[in-house]
Design a protein around this ligand. Structure first.
Ligand SMILES: Nc1ncnc2c1ncn2[C@@H]1O[C@H](COP(=O)(O)OP(=O)(O)OP(=O)(O)O)[C@@H](O)[C@H]1O
Ligand SMILES: [Mg+2]
Length: 254
């Protein structure tokens, strides 16, 4: 399978902490990777470096064959121009814990906004695709409803459709269900599961161990800014090697 993302020796420093500590991470097209780990371990930071919401301190990131940041030896990370960076980062879609939808726009407008504004897609074409995506997330009837009127689970499904509308090379999910009531997490997880079955390339940061186990091709366990263990769901959940992962898994069962 073709490599779609390669991150080498990623360091991300904030003023008084190292969020990522020499992380190597790569993905193949069509793969679903789940990232698990305790609070503060660097999971969100890793996603935010992939879609350029965070700039790395040092390391190399190559997305879809294009290296957008590199670090010559002994120097700081060097990014390509802002314009080029915006183009490359538009190839990732991100779904956040708190939806980040435009409340004053209808569902369809939310989905079509970026394709029309950023990608200059023709309005009729964008709307036709938007309606397909609404169908896909089970919300065809909500096209003309303002997102403020939706339930949390519905909002999150619109956020997923909006991410997909940009036709991203990778979809990034940062705890997409942790702001939702337990009884509606299932409707969002089943949409993500469906995307995995369609081989959309995805990274999902999640606290839902059952979901990670069922849907991921590969699971990454992070702690203190490092990838401590990675493997198949079976490796990670049935045969954890490190004490840190064993402790984390038992804390999740409590
Ligand atoms: N904008 C920021 N400024 C300063 N420090 C930050 C910032 N964002 C993250 N950090 C720090 O970086 C480290 C990693 O944070 P990150 O948000 O990546 O963790 P996480 O694994 O996503 O945690 P959680 O499960 O709570 O979401 C933490 O120590 C955090 O305090
Ligand atoms: Mg986080």
């Amino acid at each position: 399978m073709e490599q779609i993302l390669e991150m080498k020796q990623i360091v991300k420093d904030f003023a008084n902490c190292r969020a990522l500590d020499h992380v190597d991470f790569s993905m193949k097209r069509g793969e679903t990777v789940a990232i698990i780990g305790p609070s503060g371990s660097g999971k969100s930071s890793l996603l935010r470096c992939i879609n350029c919401l965070n700039r790395i301190t040092s390391g190399t990131i190559t997305l879809n064959g294009e290296t957008f940041v590199d670090t010559p030896s002994g120097e700081k990370a060097q990014y390509i121009s802002d314009k080029e960076l915006r183009r490359i980062c538009a190839e990732t879609g991100m779904v956040f814990q708190h939806f980040n939808l435009f409340p004053h726009m209808t569902c369809l407008k939310n989905i079509c906004y970026a394709p029309i504004k950023v990608k200059k897609v023709d309005k009729a074409k964008a709307e036709a695709r938007g309606r397909e995506l609404l169908e896909m997330v089970g919300l065809a009837s909500k096209a003309d409803v303002y997102t403020a009127q939706l339930s949390g689970g519905q909002k999150q499904r619109i956020a997923i459709a909006r991410g997909l509308a940009m036709d991203p090379k990778i979809m990034l999910f940062d705890e997409p269900t942790s702001a939702l009531d337990p009884e509606i997490t299932g409707e969002v997880l089943s949409v993500i599961k469906q995307l995995a079955e369609e081989h959309i390339t995805m990274v999902v940061v999640t606290h839902e161990m059952g979901f990670a186990r069922e849907v991921a091709d590969r699971v990454i366990f992070m702690d203190q800014g490092r990838i401590v263990e990675e493997g198949t769901p079976e490796d990670i959940f049935q045969n954890p090697k490190s004490e840190r992962l064993k402790d984390f898994l038992s804390s999740m069962l409590k």
